[in-house]
Ligand binder design. Structure first.
Ligand SMILES: [Zn+2]
Length: 103
């Protein structure tokens, strides 16, 4: 593996696919001092939360406390993206707050 680090880009909510990539990005965000939390993703027009008729497909937190669970803890991030929610998107509370009241 090379030593090059991927640049942090504004992906407009689109996270690169693949659990390793997500874990890598989540770690990079944490190292930058941004707390992160796992967010549900859309799967074939439905939501990964599995609720029929979910009103917020792919846009709500995976953990019970939502962005209050956000953390910079590398170990927690590893547990989330390596074991518990490997397919989840990366949320951060700053972006989540911007979304309140949005479309
Ligand atoms: Zn949902």
């Amino acid at each position: 593996m090379g030593t090059a680090q991927p640049a942090i880009v504004d992906t407009k909510g689109q996270t690169p696919t693949g659990p390793e990539i997500r874990l890598k990005f989540a770690r990079l965000y944490a190292q930058r001092g941004w707390s992160v939390f796992p967010v549900h993703i859309p799967i074939k027009g439905a939501c990964s939360c599995g609720k029929p008729g979910c009103q917020n497909i792919g846009k709500h937190p995976w953990t019970a406390q939502g962005f209050y669970d956000a953390t910079m803890d590398i170990e927690q991030i590893r547990v989330w993206w390596e074991f518990e929610h490997p397919v989840s998107n990366i949320g951060n509370p700053y972006r989540a707050r911007d979304r309140v009241g949005g479309p």
